[in-house]
Design a protein around this ligand. Structure first.
Ligand code: PMP
Length: 440
């Protein structure tokens, strides 16, 4: 058997690395944007809790009370991690998708929703599905254009409740969005704003109060915790006024037969209103453990290290003939001439560790498959649940466009490489070497 050295923990954050490719190579997980590997400290916390599992809230026994305490402490940890305001609710959900669908189900009658076409489908689709009138905004090519586009749309909107949904960092380009400025614009026009922080929260501090957003949604499995738990945190008013997301035990305070033979319900008011059924206590506890680990490592140190790795990725990829790195804001190409042209280090600062690219003459799926089979590198190929955005990015060179806005003859999908806490230098070096060798 081959002994393969494990990467050393980076900034105290340790990500266990399995062996692949016949046991010769430690797996290089470069698909953090889909699901980040679980931190060893999170596994250890969950394993230490495992003998004490008990169903929360209604049990009189010790294990039930212990689990209830851990569940509620996890809520407080998440509230601190997000810099929640005193009145904010933290609702545990299944994922970002679930959180945004929960908010969509809680929209006041007649709410108009404003969303850029560049959003992940989880942020793009729940609103129309919930029956809300949705205004889809064209992809902006700079931060300034994003704010101006939103302001124009909001100023033209009729009276009534309004919600803006925006991502913190793109799951395709990794580019960071001007959340604070968009929140200020939304509030200037009396709109509420929800931040899809699925990609931002693992890489940068997300502080509800400082960003001045109304709600934040994120997923545990992108934040170095296991699958199955997510968070919606923020203002209580719409959530308290809405029908429970799921009807059932836990969400109901009092249930009784009525005089007409039916059943009457008095629903809970706070987070419990939208957490019917036995909650995912382990998932919540794992998220809280990951929040503690990330805060302990320090986001400024994490961002600095990721920025350095991302710069190497960008420079290394751009040096390969035929590679095109996908970017909405960084190319200087602007529909209205307001683009901010950047390169190198500055661009890396404006991205989290997520980079998508195409290679001329290569089908992206074949390239991703070769990286896995021959080099033990896990990346992703496709349209990344952001079809309109990838269409804009692949069609951005102009010329004749085929289906989905991609130039004719060019592969309709891209390769995405993404990293984060625990990524060793060797993974990035192996990836760049592999691309150079394959594309040669
Ligand atoms: N928003 C963004 C920006 C994402 O990247 C993702 C996941 N790819 C989601 C939302 C949805 O997250 P989940 O699949 O955990 O619900």
């Amino acid at each position: 058997s081959v002994r393969v050295p494990q990467p050393l923990p980076v900034l105290g954050l340790d990500v266990p690395t399995p062996l692949v490719t016949g046991g010769q190579l430690p797996y290089a997980a470069l698909d953090y944007a889909a699901s980040a590997p679980v931190l060893r400290s999170v596994w250890e916390d969950v394993a230490a809790y495992a003998p004490y599992y008990g169903s929360v809230h209604r049990g009189a026994g010790h294990l039930s009370q212990y689990s209830t305490a851990l569940f509620e402490q996890s809520r407080e940890t998440v509230a601190r991690f997000l810099g929640c305001r005193e009145s904010d609710e933290v609702v545990f959900t299944r994922s970002t998708t679930d959180s945004l669908n929960l908010l969509a189900s809680a929209l006041p009658e007649g709410t108009r929703v404003f969303v850029f076409e560049t959003e992940h489908h989880a942020a793009l689709l729940p609103w129309t599905s919930a029956g809300a009138e949705t205004v889809f905004l064209d992809a902006p090519r700079s931060h300034r254009e994003a704010v101006e586009t939103l302001e124009r749309a909001l100023s033209a909107a009729p009276e009534g409740p309004k919600l803006v949904c925006v991502t913190g960092a793109s799951n395709v380009t990794g580019e960071i969005w001007p959340v604070r400025r968009l929140a200020a614009a939304a509030h200037r026009y009396g709109a509420r704003i929800v931040l899809d922080a699925a990609q931002l929260a693992p890489h940068r501090p997300v502080h509800i109060g400082e960003l001045d957003v109304d709600w934040v949604a994120f997923s545990g499995h992108k934040l170095y915790a296991p699958f199955g738990a997510g968070v919606l945190a923020g203002s209580p008013d719409w959530l308290r006024a809405a029908q429970p997301y799921l009807a059932g035990g836990g969400a109901s305070r009092k249930v009784a037969r009525t005089a007409d033979g039916g059943v009457g319900v008095e629903w809970q008011g706070g987070h419990a209103r939208h957490e019917a059924g036995s909650p995912n206590v382990i998932g919540a506890y794992a998220i809280a453990s990951a929040c503690r680990a990330l805060s302990g490592a320090g986001f400024s140190r994490l961002a600095e290290r990721e920025g350095e790795l991302t710069r190497r990725l960008l420079d290394g990829l751009r040096a390969v003939p035929g590679v095109k790195v996908l970017s909405l804001f960084g190319t200087g190409a602007s529909r209205t001439g307001t683009g901010d042209a950047d390169s190198g280090a500055l661009e890396a600062e404006r991205r989290v560790g997520v980079v998508s690219f195409t290679v001329e003459g290569w089908n992206s799926s074949h390239l991703a498959a070769a990286l896995s089979a021959e080099y033990g590198i896990g990346v992703r190929d496709g349209l990344f649940c952001a079809h309109p955005l990838v269409g804009v990015l692949l069609g951005a060179d102009g010329g004749s466009t085929g289906e989905c806005g991609a130039p004719e003859g060019q592969s309709l999908n891209a390769v995405r490489v993404s990293l984060g806490a625990g990524t060793p230098d060797e993974h990035v070096e192996r990836f760049l070497r592999a691309v150079r060798e394959l594309v040669r």
